[in-house]
Write a protein that binds this ligand. Structure first.
Ligand SMILES: Nc1ncnc2c1ncn2[C@@H]1O[C@H](COP(=O)(O)OP(=O)(O)O)[C@@H](O)[C@H]1O
Ligand SMILES: [Mg+2]
Length: 313
């Protein structure tokens, strides 16, 4: 099956806007491919190269080197364009128009015939939760509502692939959740979605795979479980015992802590975990929880960056 997006050794070098003799390499040798129906979270700090990559996939700018294919065709191909929905980083809408007017305008642009246009616009407004406000001018819309209009125009023509640049930026927690729910809905409808964010927690528990870009270079690409290294997993044991044994517990285990009436014992690695667990059980203490926990994406990325800066990788 043809992949929605495929990048092979893509580079983008810009001329410096101020210093003519200087170049900026925004994207360096980036390769990845997307599977049909998956959600890819595209993460990286500001200036990492996300927007540049997205612009190349959309065909707005050309890569300096490498190859990009979108549904097996060149970016910007006419036929391909109709399969893509796009939400730019800072969408702009004419504030004198109503939501309905804006959507009909974009719907017409993407070639939706006028006989089904109103129905399509109404449907998509329902999907993004703006149906009730459809006849109000955008001037009276909140930032979150405008972002949802942006999403609505991106999906009005039922695209197979939806590309969103920072869809949650500037939104409050409720707004972020609403956008996340819309993205989940797109996946349920079988669409492929790639969206960028510099906020890692937005990407967790939403993306099938996470693409981490740092200074224009691919850092990691995989499911959260794949990009977590075994040494990143933290093991701990929680247990309880009779109060009278408290001192004995402290004497037995170095570094044991008490957290809301429970003993918590952090372990260095899996073998330390196994031997400590055997000891806890052997003493007849009550094990309440014994598990390896995964660090958050935030922790993984920052750990990687710190290590890189310290020259460990
Ligand atoms: N048109 C351009 N001309 C020169 N430099 C650019 C241009 N567009 C982006 N850049 C530079 O490329 C780098 C990556 O930018 P961008 O892709 O916008 O990052 P992100 O979206 O991850 O924040 C930045 O250093 C930015 O200044
Ligand atoms: Mg950007």
């Amino acid at each position: 099956m043809v992949k929605p997006i495929e990048l092979k050794n893509v580079r983008k070098v810009f001329n410096h806007p101020m210093k003519v003799w200087s170049k900026i390499e925004s994207v360096k040798d980036l390769s990845f491919s997307m599977e049909q129906g998956e959600i890819i979270g595209f993460v990286g700090h500001n200036g990492a190269g996300k927007t540049t990559t997205i612009k190349m996939i959309m065909g707005f700018i050309k890569p300096t080197a490498g190859e990009i294919s979108v549904f097996g065709k060149k970016p910007g191909d006419r036929e391909v364009k109709s399969k893509i929905g796009f939400l730019p980083e800072r969408p702009y809408f004419y504030s004198e128009l109503t939501a309905m007017e804006v959507l009909k305008y974009f719907g017409r642009l993407s070639g939706i015939s006028s006989s089904v246009l109103t129905g399509k616009a109404e449907n998509v407004l329902k999907k993004v939760g703006l149906f009730e406000d459809r006849n109000r001018k955008l001037a009276s819309y909140s930032k979150g509502m405008l972002q949802r209009i942006g999403l609505a125009q991106a999906i009005i023509h039922d695209p197979e692939l939806v590309i969103m640049d920072e869809p949650m930026s500037g939104l409050d927690p409720i707004g972020r959740k609403e956008v996340k729910d819309i993205i989940r809905g797109l996946k349920r409808d079988g669409r492929s979605v790639i969206f960028s964010s510099h906020i890692l927690s937005d990407i967790e528990n939403l993306s099938d795979r996470v693409l981490i870009i740092e200074h224009g270079k691919l850092k990691s690409f995989g499911s959260l479980h794949e990009i977590i290294r075994p040494e990143d997993v933290r093991y701990s044991i929680e247990f309880s015992c009779d109060k009278s044994m408290k001192d004995a517990v402290f004497a037995l285990f170095d570094g044991v802590r008490i957290v809301s009436d429970r003993f918590v014992l952090d372990c260095a690695d899996i073998s330390d975990f196994n031997s400590k667990l055997a000891e806890v059980v052997g003493k007849g203490y009550t094990v309440l929880n014994a598990a390896g926990s995964y660090p958050s994406l935030e922790e993984i990325v920052f750990k990687e960056i710190r290590e890189e800066e310290n020259g460990q990788r």
